[in-house]
Design a protein around this ligand. Sequence first.
Ligand SMILES: [Zn+2]
Length: 340
Amino acid sequence: MTSRAETPGLVCAHHHLYSALARGMPAPPRVATNFSEILELVWWRLDRALDGEMIRWSAMLGALEALEAGTTAIVDHHSSPNAIEGSLDLVAGACAEVGVRSVCCYEVTDRNGPEGATAGLRENARFLREGGRGLVGAHACFTLSDETLERVVGLSEDMDAGVHIHVAEDALDSAAGERLEHVARENWLLAHCVHLDRPLTGTVAHNPRSNMNNSVGYGRPARFTGTVALGTDGIGGDMLEEFRIAYARLREDDVTATPETPWAWLEGGWKLVPEALQDTVLWSYEPMDPWNLAFTPGVRPLEVRVAGEVVLENGQPTRVDAAEVRARAAEQQARLFARL
Ligand SMILES: [Zn+2]
């Protein structure tokens, strides 16, 4: 890099763009008291209510917010059980329109019956066969039968694409390690791994803020010897902020830890999406190094180039009107909330 204020484009290694409209949503019918109730009362109510227009504008808003934070590649994990077919085109299309890269997948699960699982597999297959940049998505072992998991693994091998799956996010999924031990491969992306009880092949996506928000515990990602990358799990696309949170959480656990460890996790994203190394972000601050950034909130990109094209200039997106994206997203958010 020529300037100490410049970095490659940042990578969000685990996102749920469909959740960009969720903030401020109506309260669940009762207070969720554990991880499984958070899924049932919040996220599974939300994803069942999504239709095509909501998916599109949620992804537009999420992609815009990522770009505004210097994130040029989003590894997304999508779920919309009542609007499955074509949904990955909506997510990938929205990212491309804003000007950020995406790696998409559809969340295969048995929680919506066998037809739901089949439709999810079909959407992954369709998207990948048509040349989409993606992985094969799966929810988590605790909502996958052995048979469905086998079909996920089979599709991944057929398509030569990795599997993007939630792994032992909460103690309720602590059997995941045993079930995945003999099937996980180098190209797999393993989200969370908080309660993972053995090493698995693949990249671990650590999502510190989401894990704290769900009160699932701390996975001590420094224990993993393979690649660790950072994700937001759907809470925005600001990777410098996630880096700072990752550092604070790591340091709470180990006072001798340094910012270089979570910085290496941030860099882990470039192993997943090496294209982002061709992108450049000129920041409002220098030097862009771990020891400075761990203690400097509010650093913003001034200019972002993706594959040579300026997609953010003076902090403003060049391809879309940020105010219009926010207004259209707010309309879809109102429709979504009315359904909840
Ligand atoms: Zn997730």
